[in-house]
Design a protein. Structure first.
Length: 264
């Protein structure tokens, strides 16, 4: 089976969108690459992403191609009560199919957005939700230029139809959302692993200090631990720090010995 240039590009874009398990991962770059791929694959004028946190706070990422226009059309949608395809898609969790800007303007749909879109020479727009299963993260907004539009990249077939463009954009958006979700889990697991390692190191230091003090004082490890804890509390010092300094020999020996258990 022979794959077209567009199919090959889509496969590469989907792979890149989910390849996010890296400590150097950058969310803005990840989403800009998604916008760039979408522009190339559907033959759009420009594209951008509105990320929504808590249903209200938003941030934007625009495609490299005509980034200023994409960011302008995203920003106008964030203004209170202005609305736009991003909010419609995010609010319903469903795609907003191709909408001619002129028709939307006549119908008084998204008046501020459509006025600005016409100023930028945008002929139509559509949006798809950025979601991971049932979790909505925002929306991908695609802006379409009037025919004949920008020239296709060399070797690319004719631009897909309206319905196919929406389906392709939705595939890219869902792959990117899965990548964001996986990267977030990766970061959480790394943080948890760091916490567990820190706790283990803390425990090892305390056990070392207990054993050393018990041997020095010829007493039980429980009594040695109680003495170390009393010293740490009296000097307002974290137990882990007191244990580490006791092992290193940098702790006030006389002050520590004053806490040693007394023979009964």
């Amino acid at each position: 089976m022979h794959l077209s240039t567009r199919e090959t590009g889509l496969a590469a874009a989907l792979l890149e969108a989910t390849d996010t398990l890296s400590d150097s991962f950058d969310t803005a770059h990840h989403l800009q690459r998604l916008s760039d791929h979408c522009v190339e694959i559907v033959g759009a004028h420009s594209a951008g992403i509105m990320l929504v946190a808590g249903g209200e706070r938003v941030s934007f990422v625009g495609s490299s191609r005509r980034q200023a226009i994409a960011l302008d059309l995203l920003t106008v949608q964030a203004a209170p009560d202005h609305g736009g395809p991003c909010w419609d898609s995010y609010g319903t969790g469903r795609p907003v199919p191709h909408v001619p800007i002129g028709a939307a303007r006549t119908a008084a749909r998204w008046p501020d957005f459509t006025r600005r879109a016409l100023r930028h020479g945008i002929a139509a727009t559509f949006a798809v939700p950025l979601r991971r299963r049932e979790t909505l993260l925002g929306a991908l907004n695609v802006f379409v230029a009037p025919p004949p539009g920008p020239p296709e990249p060399p070797g690319w077939p004719e631009s897909p139809g309206e319905e196919e463009s929406v389906r392709l954009a939705q595939l890219l958006a869902e792959a990117a959302a899965a990548g964001l979700h996986n990267q977030r889990l990766h970061a959480e697991y790394r943080a948890l692993a760091g916490q567990l390692q820190s706790a283990l190191t803390h425990r090892v230091r305390v056990e070392q200090a207990k054993g050393m003090l018990a041997e020095r004082w010829s007493t039980g490890v429980d009594q040695a631990f109680a003495a170390l804890r009393r010293y740490a509390r009296r000097h307002r010092m974290p137990l882990d720090e007191a244990a580490a300094r006791a092992v290193e020999g940098s702790l006030d020996r006389d002050g520590l010995d004053a806490e040693r258990p007394r023979p009964v």
